[in-house]
Design a protein around this ligand. Sequence first.
Ligand SMILES: Nc1ncnc2c1ncn2[C@@H]1O[C@H](COP(=O)(O)OP(=O)(O)OP(=O)(O)O)[C@@H](O)[C@H]1O
Ligand SMILES: [Mg+2]
Length: 276
Amino acid sequence: MRIIVVKIGGALIAENFHNVVKDIADIYLNPKKTYKLVVLHGGGPQIDSTLHKMNKEPKHFKTPSGYRTRYTDQETVEVAIMALAGINNKRIVEALQKKGVNAFGFTGIDGASINAKRKEKILVLINGKRIMKRGEYSGKVKTVNTEIIHYLIEKNYIPVIGSLAKSEEGDIVNVDGDRAAGCVASALNAEILISLTDVEGIYKNFEDKDSLIKELKAGQLENILEELKGGMKKKAYAALEALRINVKKVIISTGLSERPITDALDNQAGTVILHD
Ligand SMILES: Nc1ncnc2c1ncn2[C@@H]1O[C@H](COP(=O)(O)OP(=O)(O)OP(=O)(O)O)[C@@H](O)[C@H]1O
Ligand SMILES: [Mg+2]
């Protein structure tokens, strides 16, 4: 069985995920059925907008190694559950159902499908000073239980998984969508991980729209990792991690084009990252 994991970024959900949904439906309804799709989604912008609706400020910080991170305290994880398990997950399932796709939505806590180690504290930079923030509810994915996912695929459902996980203590923790997608893809022995976002792929220089990288090897990506910024740095790191564990190919591409998944599979779009 050829499995493809499609990650739908929160940035894309905020903008427009209808082309992705239509493409998933076309692939799903194709009588030749070349691939089985598994969807994983994030929801950073929706966590922020839900916080704003509640008159609360999102807590974003820089880490000493230059990554942007969220401080997921008790209140924020509560909102992450609303945004990820609630609105994002159900809106994607709804849109797929409307197109005739039998989508089944859940998150990593359900059936203990995604298990993570809770961080509990994170080191952040505030005015150049290293500050330890405690009471953190995010985690690093450790194991994926594929039983439910395999069952759904076999019965012709499309699993739609929100990036929350179960900690060792049983708490719900927020996990990075791309890293969760990589772990799920690896556990499923997926052929390809496609990460759909709101940009065309990895730009060598983000300001220069002619600098889109079409294809590169893991080692080459490692060499330019430091030059990438924001969400893309984390996404590239997650892609390298996915390749290291099991996944054969990672494609980072836009979800805004007419046929985002089909084009990525035909090498017509995005940045393709391969093993060395
Ligand atoms: N060199 C670069 N090439 C491409 N994008 C870049 C680059 N540097 C920074 N970016 C930013 O990375 C963003 C994509 O990562 P981001 O984490 O925001 O999206 P996502 O993973 O789709 O969403 P989410 O994390 O909410 O699931 C782009 O929107 C762009 O602004
Ligand atoms: Mg991201």
